[in-house]
Design a protein around this ligand. Structure first.
Ligand code: FAD
Length: 324
């Protein structure tokens, strides 16, 4: 008999929701997490505010109260998920990264390394549910100089950029929001976007409004139809609708999206979609590799209110499988 019926990999909001459901249906399970609980949220920018209202971030039926029904900040969300994980007393091994999944006749062997000493461990399980999200592997720029030490793919405190010249690259909400927050922290901000206008970026309406306001105040300089040529230690060379620029900058912030980490799934031969996410059954969330399931941001469910419901389908399918 396997040590576990289920191993859940990742203790983000969806891994925690999966754990609560696994506990409720009586599965013998363990959650293995590379960092602390909700490690991705820990790494979000400080003070970042979710777009969803609190009730859409809540899991396990635990209410998520916020003052005046505000949309929660990262800090409030971390506090909430910590309380839920403690209240449920979920079996979670934190600071233990899953390095490899090995298929066996009865399921899988999950190979891990415990931090900080990289001590190896292994667990036998009948099923695996991958809740590893996509936060851990940001897309990187591919131009020469992208690996220079002043080029970042994330930031924590906007004040780090106080009175510095920063080129932000990206046309999505993260880039728009970073431009706003860095401009408000007295950085000199250029925002390099691919579309011909800011209105054509993938910004939510309130982000677009705030960006345009700062453009008007000359606190953000937009560079549209921008294509980076190369990054040098003290400047960036790029082509854009405003001409060919050699822009003197102190930092480059490339916020050009996230992609799934393929290291666990590819060796098992899991077929991937065009977005790099594992193909899975839309009802059971099982991949074509029998016994291997996905949920949350690693599946197509990018919003927590959708993923928290659908992870129950996966747990129901896993319970049915291990009991058959
Ligand atoms: C800036 C930003 C704003 C967002 N705003 C909203 C919003 O308003 N509303 C909304 O619904 N969603 C929002 N999202 C998306 C939401 O945060 C994600 O959908 C949610 O965090 C996904 O949860 P998850 O548990 O699938 O993945 P994650 O939260 O990314 O958790 C994955 C976990 O897996 C762990 N892990 C990864 N690899 C391994 C490994 N090999 N071994 C062990 N553990 C591993 C990680 O450390 C992490 O803790 C936002 C995302 C971002 C980036």
């Amino acid at each position: 008999m396997s040590q576990y019926e289920l191993i859940i990999i990742g203790a983000g909001p969806v891994g925690l929701a999966a754990g609560i459901e696994a506990k409720r249906v009586g599965l013998r399970f363990l959650i293995v997490e590379a960092g602390t609980i909700c490690q991705s949220l820990v790494e979000y920018p400080s003070g970042m505010r979710f777009y969803s209202p609190a009730d859409e971030l809540a899991i396990g039926g635990y209410p998520f109260p916020t003052p005046h029904d505000e949309k929660p900040t990262r800090e409030l969300a971390l506090n909430y998920y910590r309380k839920v994980a403690s209240a449920e007393n979920l079996p979670i091994h934190t600071y233990e990264r899953v390095e490899r999944l090995e298929r066996t006749a009865h399921g899988f062997v999950v190979h891990t390394q415990r931090l900080p000493h990289r001590q190896p461990a292994r667990y036998e399980t009948q099923a695996v549910l991958l809740c590893t999200g996509i936060w851990g592997t940001p897309r990187q720029l591919t131009v020469p100089g992208a690996n220079l030490p002043h080029v970042f793919t994330r930031y924590d405190e906007p004040i780090r950029f106080w009175r510095k010249r920063v080129l932000i690259v990206g046309s999505g909400n993260s880039a728009g929001e970073a431009a706003i927050r860095l401009a408000d922290a007295d950085a000199q901000v250029w925002l390099a976007v691919e579309p011909p206008t800011l209105e054509q970026c993938r910004f939510r309406p309130f982000i677009l409004r705030e960006v345009l306001l700062r453009v008007e105040e000359q606190r953000i300089t937009p560079l549209t139809e921008a294509h980076l040529e190369r990054i040098l230690p003290d400047c960036v060379e790029l082509r854009c609708a405003q001409g060919v620029e050699s822009l003197p900058v102190d930092f480059v912030l490339a916020l050009i999206g996230l992609q799934p980490d393929r290291r666990l799934i590819e060796p098992l031969g899991v077929p991937l979609g065009a977005d790099g996410k594992p193909i899975h059954d839309p009802n059971t969330y099982e991949t074509p590799v029998s016994g291997l399931f996905v949920a949350g941001a690693l599946s197509q469910d990018g919003f927590i209110y959708i993923a928290r419901e659908r992870v129950r389908y996966a747990i129901a399918a896993i319970a049915a499988r291990v009991r058959s």
